[in-house]
Design a binder for this molecule. Sequence first.
Ligand code: NAD
Length: 260
Amino acid sequence: MLKGKSAVITGSTSGIGLGVARALAGAGSNVVLNGFGDAGEIEKLRAGIEKEFGIKALYSPADMTKPVEIVAMVKMAETTLGAVDVLVNNAGIQHVSPIEDFPVEKWDAIIAINLVSAFHTIRAAVPGMKKRKWGRIINTASAHSLVASPFKAAYVTAKHGLVGLTKTVALELATFGVTANCISPGYVWTPLVERQIPDQMKTRGLTEEQVKRDVLLAAQPTKQFVTIEQVASLALYLASDAAANITGANISIDGGWTAQ
Ligand code: NAD
């Protein structure tokens, strides 16, 4: 389906991004992995994907808070693989804190990684997409792009902003064969969610089980975590030609959370 195409997936050394990278590679796309982690582990992931799917897999250590590194990652993909056909803006971090105590540096980092990095990747990748008259921009937003939760000021702000960016870009690119969409998951069981549990326990004075049941899955009518594979399948669909007329959308995959 994506044979001969190339994809850049930010924040793909773990969690949803890694799942999306594997799904795109499984459909024949070359991939550029990005994100932090142990160098040896990342090389194992990269080489494993390349071998398993018979495509080219590269790794960029670009820090999504650093515009110069972000642009260099896109250029590296274009130079080495020939194009960025699919751009997945997925890197994200979270911090949970009451607004009056919210650390300023956490606010800055979340806005930079979860929102501003997508501006820089899109800005750098769009000229090539327009020239080739084909492109897919897929942004990992969140149920928090549609509704808020207390103690997540920066995250909710960034994700709402990402939807605005996506809609604007979708309109600008509508006649160029380039689509831009958001995927908005509810709670997916990934390291990002796992890491929130101690903070939530502290902030709300709850046990681990109470946080899972009464905080995380309280909002999700299915009472199930969304799986990485379910999100990756949706991303793969949005990358396909079948999805050519889906643009500017914010697609929920949240077990009914935002239906309430
Ligand atoms: P994760 O922590 O497993 O993965 C995050 C990825 O981003 C990692 O590869 C990490 O190295 C990378 N990253 C972090 N800071 C970076 C930086 N400065 N530069 C480059 N890469 C950086 O998290 P996840 O749950 O897979 O989250 C992925 C995306 O999905 C995020 O945007 C998150 O907001 C969104 N999301 C997650 C859930 C969920 O329940 N897990 C729900 C909705 C939305």
